[in-house]
Design a protein around this ligand. Structure first.
Ligand code: ZN
Length: 236
């Protein structure tokens, strides 16, 4: 009996990389876990376009937290993000910090951003990332009213800082774990180059990439409206 169980477990472990329902990208090593790449502050026209090319070439889906004022500049890019199967989350109208805003002010901002995304590409996001990751009770209550979960991150290579340009990849590869949410920005060419290398390196290590909603589902977490999540499972 024990031998049968061992054989069954071995078969499951062997097959797992090939039958995962949600995570894209084929690892060279045995499956290690799923992680989510997230990109804030876009869309950014040609830079986001190059990033989408790199993700498509590697069969990877990511999550984009977008701002209204960027959507107005690059509506076609937002539509491309949606059409190519990536997840879209809200990141406010104008990237103002929101932790000191009233519930009504937060609600007005979120509603405006939601409307922009919906009108542009017909998607109704279920995720919200507050600018700077700064939040308050008023913010989580307003997010709950809009049926949005608040998504933070667990790995931040600070790709916005030019000083870190050459250490983005090593910073992520060193700190990533199964269930990690990686924070990056589709604002800079060097972030696109780094994201491609991160994917290549982590796929070789046995990681697979998926969207934030898929990551939650994979690790058995229910995304509650108004709930705050930085990685999965939430308690890890
Ligand atoms: Zn931001």
């Amino acid at each position: 009996m024990k031998r049968c169980l061992t054989l069954l477990l071995a078969a499951v472990c062997f097959l797992q990389p090939f039958c995962l329902p949600v995570c894209a990208g084929g690892p060279d090593k045995p499956f290690k876990g799923c992680v989510a790449l997230t990109f804030d502050d876009g869309p950014s026209g040609p830079i986001t376009g190059k990033l989408l090319d790199a993700l498509a070439a590697r069969g990877v889906k990511a999550t984009f937290f977008v701002c209204s004022y960027r959507i107005e500049k690059f509506p076609d890019t937002l539509c491309r993000i949606a059409e190519e199967g990536h997840e879209i989350g809200l990141h406010s109208c104008c990237h103002s910090y929101m932790h000191k805003m009233s519930r009504e002010e937060v609600a007005e901002d979120i509603t405006g951003c939601m409307q922009n995304v919906s009108e542009c590409c017909g998607v109704r996001p279920r995720l919200f990332r507050p600018p700077g990751g700064l939040y308050s009770d008023a913010l989580t209550e307003a997010a709950k009213d809009e049926q949005l979960s608040v998504i933070l991150w667990s790995v931040d290579p600070c790709d916005w800082d030019p000083k870190n340009k050459n250490s983005i990849v090593s910073s992520v590869v060193r700190r990533v774990q199964p269930g990690s949410i990686i924070l990056m920005h589709d604002l800079y060419a060097h972030s696109v180059t780094a994201a491609a290398e991160i994917i290549d390196r982590l796929q070789k290590e046995g990681y697979q990439f998926c969207t934030v909603s898929e990551l939650a589902e994979f690790y058995g977490a229910e995304l509650e409206p108004g709930g705050v999540y930085g990685n999965f499972p939430p308690s890890s």
